[in-house]
Design a protein. Structure first.
Lengths: 339, 279
């Protein structure tokens, strides 16, 4: 298997693409105050796109038009980057995301997150639909991700050689790279902290996953559930490559190794966000429950339907956490985390 | 995945040209288990290199040809020699034959492998019918844009191996006085064998046997809607606290010794299949 290590040139190319994307978005952001007000990036997962329609004064930019972006192919996902407001908070939302099972590399998945950090987002809220592995979970429950297990088969955060092959032609970004076996972990570029305080250049690969998910935002999410009378559990998210659902034996394995929910996304984005110094809140909506001793067929329509029911809960969490107005991480915070 | 459809058609066209019957069962033969082909009334033999888009097998004791013929009167196609991730091939190419079986009209796939035994109640030379699987390959044959003509985007895996056929296989083995286990197969990429710590880990997560194949084929069989029977031959025991250096010649010798049992079971499955269909 021929694989190409990620080189300084690849990092440079990605940096250039990031610059082009940054210029494209800023040229179309109108009155949206990029870089001057605290901004939260939100990634809307399976069936949760409804929140996108509630963003006030939206400026929607199609992924097709943004340099470096691909086009999402999964059912139930659209493909827009939306600038606007939720309550009093300024947000950049991704309606539609990229998955490893579509053939995107981790670098391609991380790219939009790097862009949002570059655009000034200091916090990242990421949501997904996931299978409940912990037997206490029911369809429609919310899990606040406090930690994750990366079963994507390759070290998720470090850059990947795939990106190299795509060069800096924006056209070639439209097609996922199908040869994931060529993934070669080497260090990717650090887009720097969200606040553009370029003096913080922590080596992101040394980040411990346990420190990635923000305690303050996570606690607030649980509190909102308690107040709102619905179940929000802190838990561990296990990321698989997909696209097939798990076998019963795989679910049993996941229980034994400590996973509470399992899904096919989130980890690459979260690792990129963490590397960029963002505070991160991860939310899983339990769309189906694994019952390894009583097999029930999972289907994508069921996932979408459960998403509609849980959207209200997720929405109230996102709004509540935004209203809390947690400050972005400071240079000192980042220094303390990078051990 | 979008180029697969044409590849399947081209491979099938070549095979149909040599073998006009509609095969009802597709068989994939694992390490050291190629002898089943001796039982076939062979009608056509195609080298993999002559079939468009087929890979060439590089693994020890895998020959690399597709044998078409009849077993117990039932038209079958058998892969003598299979492909593995550790050979450096992509899982999409490795699993192409499964899609070809389906396209040729097969209703059942029998996939066999040689594997290491993790369950301490197993012995070298035992047979196991695969009840379920764990994918630790770190890769998946369905990655890429899904071609809806071939199967669903998110296949359900609650029954990768057909339960009715698992029960029938156990019955068939017992009728022939063959001891057969049921268990969980875990696939790793290989090619190195596992460390003792890895064997403990694999046992802890619920695996009974470990191998380097079969899981991709089973995933693709689910994707394209082909029923699967998985048969493992335990060729060496991997007990982490009593581990001996393994020897591929020994593994192949045990596989060869177990082959008559495997042949008897496969033969029984095909007879039962024929009978079930007739009834």
């Amino acid at each position: 298997m021929v694989s190409t290590p990620r080189t300084a040139k690849a990092a440079h190319d990605e940096g250039q693409l990031l610059q082009q994307a940054f210029e494209y978005v800023t040229s179309r952001s109108g009155d949206f105050a990029l870089g001057t007000r605290p901004t939260t990036a939100i990634i809307l997962g399976s069936g949760l796109g409804g929140l996108a329609d509630q963003i006030a004064e939206p400026i929607a930019l199609s992924y097709e038009d943004i340099p470096g972006f691909g086009v999402s192919s999964a059912g139930g996902h659209r493909g827009d980057l939306i600038l606007g407001y939720l309550g009093h908070s300024q947000v950049i939302a991704m309606a539609g995301r990229f998955h490893r099972y579509e053939g995107w590399s981790n670098n391609q998945i991380a790219f939009p997150v790097k862009l949002m950090a570059r655009l000034g987002a200091g916090k990242l809220i990421v949501s997904n639909a996931a299978g409940g592995v912990n037997p206490k979970l029911r369809v429609g429950d919310i899990v606040v991700i406090r930690d994750h297990l990366n079963f994507m088969g390759t070290c998720s955060f470090l850059g990947f050689g795939n990106f190299l092959g795509l060069g800096d032609s924006t056209q070639s970004q439209q097609v996922p790279n199908s040869n994931l076996s060529a993934d070669q972990p080497t260090l990717g570029p650090n887009p720097g902290p969200a606040s553009q305080a370029g003096d913080v250049q922590k080596c992101p690969s040394l980040q411990r996953a346990a420190g990635i998910y923000d305690p303050q935002m996570s606690c607030e999410a649980v509190r909102i559930g308690t107040r709102g009378g619905f179940n929000v559990y802190p838990g561990t998210y296990l990321a698989t490559l997909g696209p097939n659902y798990e076998t019963r034996s795989e679910y049993r394995m996941m229980r034994r190794i400590g996973a509470d929910v399992a899904g096919m996304s989130t980890v690459p984005e979260v690792l990129a966000g963490s590397a960029a110094g963002m505070r991160i809140l991860g939310l899983s909506m339990v769309s189906n429950v694994a019952n390894p001793d009583q097999p029930i067929k999972a289907d994508h329509a069921e996932v979408l339907e459960a998403g509609a029911g849980a959207a209200v809960k997720l929405e109230s969490i996102v709004r509540g956490v935004l209203d809390l107005g947690v400050p972005d991480l400071s240079v000192q915070d980042l220094g303390m985390r990078a051990t | 995945m979008l180029d697969l459809y044409e590849k399947i058609q081209e491979a099938c066209a070549k095979i149909r040209h040599e073998f006009s019957d509609t095969p009802r069962v597709g068989i994939i033969l694992g390490t050291g288990l190629g002898d089943i082909v001796e039982e076939l009334e062979v009608e056509a033999t195609l080298d993999y290199k002559d079939i468009p888009h087929f890979l060439t097998s590089t693994a020890t004791s895998h020959r690399g040809r597709l044998v078409c013929g009849r077993l117990a009167g039932v038209p079958v196609v058998a892969m003598e020699g299979r492909f593995h991730l550790y050979e450096g091939y992509s899982l999409k190419d490795i699993t192409l034959p499964v899609r070809v079986f389906k396209e040729l009209g097969a209703e059942l796939m029998i996939v066999s492998n040689a594997c290491g035994g993790l369950n301490p109640y197993f012995n070298a030379g035992d047979l196991m019918v695969i009840e379920d699987q764990i994918n630790l390959l770190g890769d998946n044959p369905l990655i890429g844009i899904n071609d809806d003509r071939l199967g669903p985007r998110f296949p359900d895996m609650c029954e990768p191996y057909d339960q009715a056929w698992i029960d029938r296989t156990v019955k068939i083995a017992r009728e022939r006085d063959i001891n057969i286990h049921k268990g969980v197969f875990v696939a790793v990429a290989g090619p190195n064998l596992e460390t003792r710590a890895e064997y403990r880990y694999l046992r802890m997560i619920g695996a009974d046997v470990v191998g380097m194949s079969t899981v991709p084929e089973a995933i693709v069989a689910v994707h394209c809607g082909l029923k699967t029977v998985g048969l493992s031959v335990v060729t060496d025991m991997c007990l982490p606290d009593a581990l001996k250096p393994s020897n591929v010649q020994e593994i192949i010798a045990v596989a060869n010794e177990a082959t008559p049992k495997l042949i008897a079971v496969v033969d029984g499955i095909i007879r039962e299949f024929n009978h079930t269909r007739m009834a």
